[in-house]
Design a protein around this ligand. Structure first.
Ligand code: NAD
Length: 353
């Protein structure tokens, strides 16, 4: 009998580490380094897959596999060892990195996702129960053509302005489509319809974590300001003061993934949902940082090319469908995010280092 597990890809990244912390709190946790035969039935276990190792403190809660999502024999081995009930597919190359290496981004973001969708489809068919496939998408799927349009479409809805201007945005939008295809139409001409996977996706705004530093994203200027202020080093923000996009504190991002995964299937009216918390201009972000770190040295030295990308992203998102269908509501508004989560934990992080 194979042990039932949740699979988290990209687990060593910012979102993955926060997700493990959250799941480890609520699920029963396996003994470290147990083989699949030693795992108890009826318990829930987490298998992680990432190129990079997890910090020790998190590794003890999971069965850690180091490797690539592009390694087909490795995925086959996972399927032969474990019964995968749900997949949190987080592994990706983020927007700035993807722009520098579009071929690599396509391989990881698209071919990697395709491989995992196949894995989940096979598992669904074998079990006769749909595997939940949770996919974090991004505001990068939107592409507003110019400033007046950005101002007039303040809270963009899921189906509006799906014209991404980055490789990463194109990859995410296409993978949303692939997920929908696999969950609704996969093998539609076959004589017998297999049980298909249950694809669910959230489009995140820029995420801000107190514990991990972002890398390779184009909304990174927000968290970078904050971490630089806490370290007492100066920071040159790479976008203009007036650039506005939505943000979310990391605990809310994880809450969105877990709540969407746990929502009853019949409650979901769509496969892809916007979620957001608060929208800030870069200057307002700096003001919040300075409220807590009055000596912070932050100025604005726009990198016109990265700036252009952020200009195509919405100023805010309409997340009313998520609120209505599965009760989405962030725990952290902007004041609470800074005062209760970000500032105390970031201070603690750098004071102790
Ligand atoms: N951080 C944000 O602001 C943000 C916003 C919107 C959406 N997202 C999405 O959320 C997910 C997680 O983002 P994150 O911020 O944790 O990113 P991250 O860059 O911190 O983590 C990504 C992880 O994927 C791993 N990875 C990359 N290629 C891999 C491969 N071939 N095989 C296995 N692992 C591989 C990396 O080692 C890394 O640990 C991504 O899908 C991202 O697109 C993030």
């Amino acid at each position: 009998m194979r042990a039932k597990v949740s699979l988290i890809t990209g687990a060593a990244g910012e979102v993955g580490q926060a997700l493990i912390r959250r799941l480890a709190q609520r699920e029963s946790v396996k003994a470290p380094h147990a083989s699949s035969q030693q795992l108890g039935e009826g318990q829930h276990h987490i298998v992680t897959l990432d190129l990079k190792p997890l910090p020790d403190e998190l590794a003890q809660h999971v069965i850690q596999v180091e490797g690539s999502i592009l390694d087909k024999p490795l995925l086959d081995r996972l399927v032969s060892e474990y019964e995968i009930e749900e997949v949190y597919h987080l592994a990706a190359l983020l927007s700035t990195r993807a722009e520098f290496s579009p071929d690599a981004a396509h391989r990881v973001n698209v071919e990697g996702t395709m491989g995992l969708l196949h894995l989940a489809a096979q598992q669904s068919e074998w079990r006769g129960i749909p595997v939940r496939f949770i996919f974090p998408s991004s505001i990068a799927v939107f592409g507003l053509p110019d400033q007046p349009t950005k101002e007039s479409y303040a809270r963009v809805r899921e189906w509006e302005w799906n014209y991404p201007s980055t490789m990463y945005g194109c990859n995410k939008l296409y993978c949303e489509m692939l997920g929908i295809y696999f969950s609704r139409h996969y093998r539609q001409l076959a004589a017998d319809q297999p049980t298909s996977l249950d694809f669910r996706s959230v489009r995140f705004p820029g995420l801000v974590s107190a514990y991990t530093l972002p890398s390779g994203g184009t909304s990174d200027y927000g968290p970078e300001m904050l971490h630089a202020a806490a370290k007492d080093v100066s920071y040159h923000c790479f976008v203009r003061e007036d650039v506005r996009i939505p943000f979310m504190a990391m605990p809310d991002a994880v809450k969105a993934l877990v709540d969407l995964a746990r929502a009853p299937h019949e409650a979901l009216s769509r496969p892809v949902y916007n979620v957001t918390s608060f929208s800030l201009s870069a200057e307002e972000f700096r003001n919040h940082v300075r409220h807590h770190f009055p000596d912070a040295h932050i100025d604005f030295v726009p990198d016109l090319k990265r700036q252009r990308i952020v200009d195509t992203w919405p100023a805010d998102l309409d997340d009313s469908a998520a609120r209505r269908d599965w009760g989405w509501s962030p725990d952290y508004n902007v004041q609470r995010a800074f005062a209760d989560y970000l500032v105390p934990n970031i201070r603690g992080r750098y004071q102790n280092s």
